[in-house]
Write a protein that binds this ligand. Structure first.
Ligand SMILES: *[C@@H]1O[C@H](CO)[C@@H](O)[C@H](O)[C@H]1NC(C)=O
Ligand SMILES: *[C@@H]1O[C@H](CO)[C@@H](O)[C@H](O)[C@H]1NC(C)=O
Ligand SMILES: *[C@@H]1O[C@H](CO)[C@@H](O)[C@H](O)[C@H]1NC(C)=O
Length: 370
């Protein structure tokens, strides 16, 4: 009898593991291969070889790029050097990157490990750069002032909070005022990889201001990119392992209420919003296994999706760029500037392409809204 019970329990455990395994494969989109979609006149950005994990382009064409992320369990081509913030002027014909000097004594540069970034420009045109940082596996948000003349970043402040334990990305709504995604998985790669396997949806979104810090959305299976509509009324959140983009309504008291979600056949990473059209540009990982288990013979692919009219009944979803990793590995972010597309990656290169003429648009994606 005891033996029978034991066998039953073992059988149940195996069945559960099998369920988790198939859901894990589904969450990682383990069997997806890409069909290539090309763009004209693509060039690599010289000087970006170990990641352009996040980037943001200002309306004047200045692009800030975070490079050199060391994320537990993910590949790094430059593991021994600190991360850096790069600047590019996209108004130039062949823009080159410049590493911004960081000044101000409080930031420990050898352990600088920049992740998601966001800018905020105030009324007198001062540009603030907020950078998620992971010094020694911790999570902080660093506040910098961009100094145009000196091409430097003046470090103003380090922000830490118990509700910001594992920050992935931020979107600034003021110099010291932002929404942040906590992905839950930075630190303890061995233990946390089990939690990721089980899919406990422990990831959440926090509103931060110096006076008030609170959770405004929760229950995500790896909340990743976060962005805001040009009119400031909606917040977009990418849920990486559920392959969803969520639209939240933002209220005057900063709370968020869910409005709708869109499903995709790819792991949605970073979202950037075109300030002119309001379109969402999303850097995606078609196959999560290839990004989490790096194999140079079978590298992670890149995919960029554009979403138009997201608030309407039928948003238009287009795969604008897709490539199997031979050229560009592990795209995380894409942003447009005057008919060109800048694509960044977790640990590889950055690619700058022309978007082509309207009318020769690439085919629609399998993404659907509901
Ligand atoms: C971009 O993707 C990375 C990789 O997961 C994420 O950690 C980062 O914060 C994202 N940034 C934006 C702007 O979404
Ligand atoms: C915030 O504003 C919304 C919309 O007006 C309201 O429904 C909600 O109760 C408010 N929440 C708090 C915590 O004040
Ligand atoms: C990726 O695509 C290129 C060009 O289309 C092709 O030559 C190569 O064999 C492909 N690699 C893989 C791993 O599928």
């Amino acid at each position: 009898m005891a033996k029978l019970l034991l066998l039953t329990l073992v059988g149940l455990a195996l069945a559960l593991l099998r369920d988790y395994r198939s859901s894990y494969q589904k969450r990682l989109n383990a069997f997806r291969e890409v069909t290539p979609v090309e763009l004209p006149n693509c060039n690599f950005i010289k000087g970006v070889d170990s990641g352009a994990e996040d980037l943001e382009i200002l309306p004047n064409g200045l692009a800030f790029i975070s490079s050199g992320l060391k994320y537990p369990g993910l590949k790094s081509f430059d593991p021994d050097n600190p991360g850096k913030i790069l600047l590019m002027d996209l108004k130039e014909d062949n823009p080159a990157v410049l590493e911004l000097n960081i000044i101000g004594s409080k930031l420990d540069l050898p352990s600088f490990n920049p992740h998601g970034i966001s800018t905020f420009t105030n009324e007198d045109n001062t540009v603030y750069l907020l950078v998620v940082n992971h010094p020694d596996s911790k999570s902080t948000v660093e506040l910098f002032k961009y100094q145009e003349e000196e091409k430097s970043l003046l470090h103003l402040k380090t922000i830490k909070h118990k509700l910001l334990p594992s920050v992935n990305d931020i979107v600034a709504v003021g110099p010291e005022h932002f929404y942040a995604t906590n992905d839950h998985y930075f630190a303890d790669p061995y233990f946390r990889s089990w939690e990721m396997y089980l899919g406990l949806a422990w990831s959440y979104v926090v509103y931060y201001s110096p006076e008030d810090v609170r959770v405004v959305a929760e229950g995500f299976d790896f909340a990743n990119g976060i962005s805001i509509s040009p009119d400031g009324k909606y917040v977009y959140i990418a849920e990486l392992l559920a392959h969803k983009i969520h639209v939240y309504e933002k209220h005057a008291n900063w709370t968020l209420t869910p409005l709708k979600s869109l499903d995709f056949d790819t792991l949605v990473d970073n979202i950037s919003v075109d300030p002119v059209t309001g379109d969402l540009w999303v850097g995606c990982h078609p196959n999560g296994v290839k990004i989490f288990v790096y194999d140079s013979e079978n590298p992670p692919a890149s995919e960029v999706i554009r979403i138009q009219n997201i608030l309407t009944e039928e948003p238009t979803v287009t795969v604008v760029y897709a490539e199997n990793g031979t050229m560009l590995q592990g795209s995380t972010v894409a942003s447009v500037y005057q008919g060109k597309l800048l694509i960044g990656t977790v640990f590889h290169k950055a690619l700058y392409c022309e978007l082509g003429q309207p009318g020769e648009r690439p085919p629609a994606a399998s993404g659907s809204a509901h």
